[in-house]
Ligand binder design. Sequence first.
Ligand SMILES: *Cc1c(COP(=O)(O)O)cnc(C)c1O
Length: 380
Amino acid sequence: MDAMTARAHELARGGRLPAFVYDLDGLAAHAAAVRLALGEVELYYAVKANPDPELLAVLARQVDGFEVSSGGELAHVARVLPGARVAFGGPGKTDVELRAAAGTHRVHVESPGELRRLLAMGVAADVLLRVNLDVPIAGASLAMGGGATPFGMDPAGVDECVSLLAGQEGVRLRGVHAHLASGLDADDLLGLAEAVLAYARGLGVTEINLGGGMAVSYADPADLFDWVAYGEGLAKLRRRGETLRVEPGRALTVYCGRYATRVIDVKRVYGELFAVVAGGTHHIRTPATKGHDQPVVPSASGEPVTIVGQLCTPKDQLAARVPIALAPGDVVEFAMAGAYAWNISHHDFLMHPHPAFSYVGSSTGGSCRSEPASGLATGT
Ligand SMILES: *Cc1c(COP(=O)(O)O)cnc(C)c1O
């Protein structure tokens, strides 16, 4: 039994399931390996993947900065990690957000209209222009570029921004930003990087943020993104004097979290076996949004059983026909729950209680609370 499973059982005995259990040492080791593989390339963490303060504190020791996509995320990072370097991106920045963004390390400009509003404020800022290149994007799970989307600008939009920036000094053009797709392997991302770098060089800028989107496999959790090949590839593409930066979210934190719960009921309906567990997709919406089976941590094998939550909707399914033996009262753990899980879920649908949040690892000595302290500074 590993430390996370041990914690899940401890929580079960205390009546504290469902819970998210985070492995802080595992996260620290993973982030350190990514950092090492990237060499000279700067590493930012995309906070929207999981803003849990304990995770941010661990990541702060490995990353060069944090990418935020809202005023809320900016205030959160400033509270949890005062002084951390931040880049502010995201479509639809309000004037209040733009003004706050101007005070960060980099503003990722999403449109000429947004840049006009920033210039009209008369504040100083360092900007990257977010470009959506018309390049083929095959095999992505989500595409933010490679055609008409609301993310960033086409090259004509970028040209318009470059003209707007000419002849003034307050807002400085630092380079380009591109986050074109998510769910790509190292080879595909390197292909995109090559296109983005060629574009940036044409524009005459030397700072290039290549975005996130590194693939993870929910079907095969052991199939990790090849950070070493990616780092080596970027080192080859990079020219002297250029600053390259990446901003992954999912591939950094997804592995460090589990959603642990217990079986309430097991039943057979028209021959098919179902296990109903406490909680469900209102805590971990990931399997519903991505249409996958959330991987179950191995336990005694048995007849295939479909694991569902407590919601009154057929969409509340966590995993279909998993070959494990389950009985009421058993603890079930779902892996790969460290990113886009609790924080993207519809917590209050049906008004069930929120899960507990528990942290395994030397980073905290093991703590537990009933909310992920989203509004609290925990410090470390
Ligand atoms: C969501 C997002 C990321 C992180 O994407 P992952 O797929 O979680 O790595 C990075 N940059 C931008 C601009 C994003 O919107």
